[in-house]
Design a protein around this ligand. Structure first.
Ligand code: 2AL
Length: 263
């Protein structure tokens, strides 16, 4: 199976770190293609960065070979539902995947994230994903995203200290890492804290494999149906939806034929 991991920020070194983490957990027979958005911000640290990252994300889903599943590798899960509208393949956000994984291994978790201004984004996701009963607190470290990518930075010590504070103060059994740039820190933190540390990149790979393995695809009934064909104006004219793609029509036709012949 082919899983396309999309880094919606434009920093290729971060994509490479995520590719390594994703490949370290991928099953035999899973191919990971990691891509970096060709337009948008070098790091996604606010609502504006997120909103403008969605065009690059759409390009990565619509261009190139179709994948069996897609992963949006930014902790704000920007454009998650829009991405689910334009493909029938499963699309996973790393925040969503990490929070669900954490809820399977602990009754409570805290999220340790980057800048204070991104904390509210994670808090909105906690509510959107129905995780209020599991997520005790979202903790910001005031680390800029690109600081995580600087080899000589003290980011991992700062994150370790914040995780320790979460353990002491939040009554949690697990920590969710609140940035894709933290993907390489799992072993370092688990060694020192002896609790589950959940990175959304690896969690999303394993959930994507599970969904594809179960033959589950994104529902095209209701709000996640392909976007309605219509005119888009100005700079976005070329993004105007054209209706259900031919490939999807072929897929449905084959289901119909299968149902008719009971196969
Ligand atoms: C992120 C992330 O995961 N990648 C990025 O550019 N910004 N989110 C975050 N909260 O730091």
């Amino acid at each position: 199976m082919l899983i396309k991991l999309i880094n919606p920020n434009t920093t290729t070194s971060m994509t490479e770190a995520m590719r390594v983490a994703a490949c370290s957990v991928a099953a035999q027979g899973t191919e990971i293609v990691a891509t970096t958005s060709r337009s948008g911000a070098a790091s996604i640290e606010g609502h504006y960065d997120e909103a403008l990252s969605i065009i690059g994300l759409v390009d990565e889903i619509q261009d190139g070979a179709a994948a069996d599943a897609y992963i949006i590798a930014c902790f704000g899960d920007p454009g998650l539902l829009a991405a689910r509208e334009i493909t029938a393949a499963p699309v996973l956000g790393i925040a969503e995947a990490a929070m669900h994984a954490a809820s399977f291994v602990a009754t409570g978790f805290s999220v340790v994230t980057t800048l204070e201004r991104t904390r509210v984004i994670a808090e909105h996701l906690v509510r959107n994903y129905g995780m209020e009963h599991h997520c005790r607190r979202v903790r910001a470290t005031e680390l800029p995203v690109l600081e995580l990518d600087r080899p000589e930075s003290s980011a991992r010590e700062i994150i370790l200290a914040e995780c320790r504070a979460a353990l002491d103060e939040d009554n949690v059994g697990a920590i969710v890492l609140g940035c894709a740039g933290m993907t390489g820190l799992v072993a370092f933190l688990e060694d020192r804290l002896q609790i589950p540390i959940i990175d959304g990149v690896t969690a999303a790979v394993k959930f994507a494999e599970a969904l594809v393995g179960m033959g589950l695809r994104t529902s095209k009934h209701g709000d996640l149906a392909y976007p309605l064909p219509k005119t888009y104006a100005g700079k976005l004219a070329s993004y105007a939806p054209r209706g259900q793609p031919q490939s999807a029509k072929r897929f449905e036709k084959s289901l119909e034929v299968n149902a008719r012949w009971n196969v």
